[in-house]
Ligand binder design. Structure first.
Ligand code: SF4
Ligand code: SF4
Length: 396
């Protein structure tokens, strides 16, 4: 039974993520947007977003992230930041930096923006530009300087995988040279486009071990100068992450067309209709919708999670990962070695260690034509093809 035993004590959402648009000038191979994003191209109006911000703040949300796609493609970004700040949110812009001119930085400062997270794909121009399928490295460097010149606290974000893990020391040097207060070394999570490119992106256990040692050495050397986050990808663990701190627990994502999501990638799950802020209030969505209640608490769990003494620690892991790897989102996350499907994860990691021809599986970059192709073939949404392939160990 969905949400069994917890309906009376649901906490309000703390973190509101406003995905303003799926449009983006970059084409990252690991993009976390849905692979079929071209199926959802409509966008909320400025007034509709303002209504969302007001309703979420009234419910208790405190942190507001603006992301996408590239949120700078919305020319009402400054209006929304100002509204969010006036409502009392802590506001964060999550950006590729493309379009972040000095003029816009001035306007965002004036609107009260608190914080900027800037993404790089690598410390080298060659790899940065290859992985985003653009020529943006120099521009991003200029943007990083402007962000600091405008006195914004800055997180540098770099998604890690087998291509750039050997460059971790250079990526840290780059962050230090730019004066970033935080560096998020975000090991790839295999959803969306990263799942479609998993065979190409999955690192080896040795690469991860070496990168972790480098990070540890830097942490000891630089102290508080820059805080470095580095989380080992969960395919290499035997317990799953507590995804979004638990379904419907703290996170409320609103996608560009207004669909409300309990996690960034929940849209890929079958059998759930995600409520839309155009039809329902944020309060109704958070407390009463089937989508937000379906995997809340513990009542939905099957064995081995149902009777597991660790269920309060990891909440059974990630529903999207359970779906992508087992075909059923109500299963235990197969990262867990108590899951009968754990072998699927072991197979992926094992395959990653095997040398292969670089062009054996060409990378599929995020772009509209690939999105339409994946949407039409249903390949990218994860179900049958990936499950069968994962379990048979063929598509690694
Ligand atoms: S991951 Fe890359 S392509 Fe996807 S939204 Fe971010 S910058 Fe754009
Ligand atoms: S069986 Fe389920 S609840 Fe127990 S540790 Fe594994 S994923 Fe977590």
């Amino acid at each position: 039974m969905a949400g069994e035993g917890i309906m009376s004590d649901i906490a309000p959402p703390l973190w509101l993520l406003a995905e303003l648009t799926y449009r983006c000038p970059l084409h990252c191979a690991f993009c976390y947007n849905p692979v079929n994003y071209t199926d959802h191209s409509s966008e909320l109006s400025t007034d509709e977003w303002i209504k969302v911000l007001r309703e979420a703040r009234a419910l208790g949300a405190a942190q507001l992230g603006f992301s996408g796609g590239e949120p700078l493609l919305r020319d009402d970004l400054e209006v929304l930041v100002r509204e969010g700040r006036q409502l009392g949110f802590y506001t964060n812009l999550i950006t590729s930096g493309i379009g972040l001119t000095d003029k816009r930085l001035d306007a965002l400062k004036d609107a009260g923006l608190d914080h900027i997270q800037l993404s790089f794909q690598d410390s080298t121009q060659e790899l940065n530009d290859f992985l985003s399928s653009t020529h943006t490295f120099d521009l991003k460097n200029r943007v990083a300087k402007s962000i600091k010149a405008h006195d914004f606290p800055m997180v540098l974000n770099c998604v890690l995988h087998r291509y750039n893990l050997p460059h971790v020391d250079k990526i840290i040097d780059m962050a230090l040279a730019m004066g970033a207060e935080y560096l998020e070394l975000a090991n790839t999570q295999y959803y969306g486009w990263a799942h479609a490119n998993r065979a190409q992106l999955m690192p080896t256990a040795e690469q991860l071990k070496e990168a972790e040692a480098v990070v540890e050495r830097y942490r000891n050397e630089i102290g508080d100068r820059c805080k470095i986050y580095f989380v080992v990808p969960d395919y290499f663990e035997n317990r799953p992450k507590r995804c979004m701190n638990g379904w419907g627990s703290v996170f409320l994502g609103i996608s560009p067309d207004g669909a409300a999501l309990p996690c960034h990638t929940a849209r890929s799950l079958p059998g759930l209709t995600f409520p839309n802020v155009k039809q329902r209030s944020v309060r109704e969505i958070w407390y009463d919708s089937d989508a937000f209640n379906r995997f809340r608490g513990f009542g939905w769990m099957r064995e081995p999670c149902r009777s597991c003494e660790e269920k309060t620690i990891d909440a059974g892991g990630c529903r999207c990962q359970a779906y992508l790897l087992t075909g059923d989102p109500a299963n235990a996350d197969p990262v867990c070695d108590k899951s009968p499907h754990h072998e699927a994860v072991i197979n992926v990691v094992r395959k990653a260690a095997i040398e292969r021809e670089p062009d054996e599986h060409p990378i599929m970059f995020r772009n509209d034509s690939n999105s339409r192709r994946l949407a039409a073939s249903h390949d990218g949404r994860g179900p049958d093809y990936h499950i069968v392939a994962d379990l048979a160990g063929v598509r690694k």
